[in-house]
Design a protein around this ligand. Structure first.
Ligand SMILES: [Fe+2]
Ligand SMILES: [Fe+2]
Length: 296
């Protein structure tokens, strides 16, 4: 058996030649490929395997399940999968599985300043926020407009409050503070992520087979939201979130939220009273994130 470690120190991965050949369609299929096709197929295989190893560290099940199998686990879980990540220790990853070594109890949260800003929430409540920071960084590197970078930065942070329907929750949370285009993009990324768009190279994420089930079909309201968004003048704003969404999370790529200070300053209306205390229609949502320990 030929084994090789791939990916350097950050992600060591053992690969088995026989498994690779089988995954590429068998010996005959591999022999019929030219060198370039073979290299491409191998790269695809390795990238899938690398994703799987990262996903399993994040709590993914070892094999994909059907929708019915995942539903069958509902009353065998201590937590509902849609719970906001601030409200429990462990099991708040998209798979709803507790990781070995996750503490039994929730951590004590650092107090918030009297007039909290968006960056305070990033540092004290959304942290580590690795996924959105990496997404926004990717959008920035791609040279996208600042409002789209901001949309990427904000698109998933409402998952601290609620993971179920997080696109709608997030859009509502940010509505008083950002442009309509940014909230549109955030709201509709939730539906668009299920629908490939080959014209921009967006494919259905492999990760979703693990999260939603291998035979998952989005419900009618998601299908309707996708259709509505498709024909909208801001379709590409929402699509850009899905393009810059990172489905393989690299824990070693650290991005400081302060990097986005200027963009936030130009595109986020920070209330002088502080988020939660400005009597906006969503101030209560900010207070709940600031103090999820409030008993009632
Ligand atoms: Fe999302
Ligand atoms: Fe995301």
């Amino acid at each position: 058996m030929y084994c090789k470690t791939w990916g350097g120190n950050r992600h060591s991965m053992q690969i088995d030649r026989r498994k690779v050949i089988a995954a590429l369609g068998g010996t005959l299929a591999v022999q019929s490929m030219d060198a370039e096709a073979r290299a491409e197929a191998l790269e695809g295989y390795l990238s899938d395997e690398l994703d799987m190893s990262v996903f399993s560290k994040l709590g993914a099940p070892s094999k994909s399940m059907t929708v019915a199998e995942l539903d069958g686990q509902i009353d065998r879980r201590p937590l509902r999968r849609g719970i906001g990540t601030l409200f429990s220790s462990g099991g708040t990853n998209p798979f709803g599985n507790r990781l070995p070594g996750e503490p039994a109890n929730v951590p004590r949260l650092a107090p918030m300043p009297a007039t909290p800003t968006l960056l305070d929430f990033f540092k004290l409540r959304f942290a580590p926020a690795t996924h959105v920071l990496q997404s926004a960084d990717k959008a920035l590197t791609a040279g996208l407009p600042e409002d789209i970078v901001l949309a990427c930065l904000l698109h998933d942070v409402a998952q601290t409050l609620m993971k179920a329907d997080h696109g709608w929750w997030a859009a509502q949370l940010f509505e008083p503070y950002v442009s309509k285009k940014v909230t549109f993009a955030i709201r509709y990324h939730q539906a668009l992520r299920f629908y490939p768009d080959p014209s921009v190279g967006y494919e259905y994420p492999q990760l979703y087979n693990l999260i939603f089930g291998t035979d998952y079909t989005p419900p009618p309201y998601i299908e309707a939201a996708h259709k509505y968004c498709r024909d909208h003048k801001w379709y590409m704003a929402a699509r850009q979130i899905t393009i810059n969404d990172l489905y393989s999370f690299d824990p070693n790529h650290v991005v400081d939220p302060a990097k986005f200070t200027d963009i936030i300053g130009r595109h986020f209306r920070q209330p002088k009273e502080g988020l939660g205390f400005d009597n906006s229609p969503t101030a209560h949502m900010w207070r709940t994130i600031a103090n999820p320990d409030a008993p009632l």
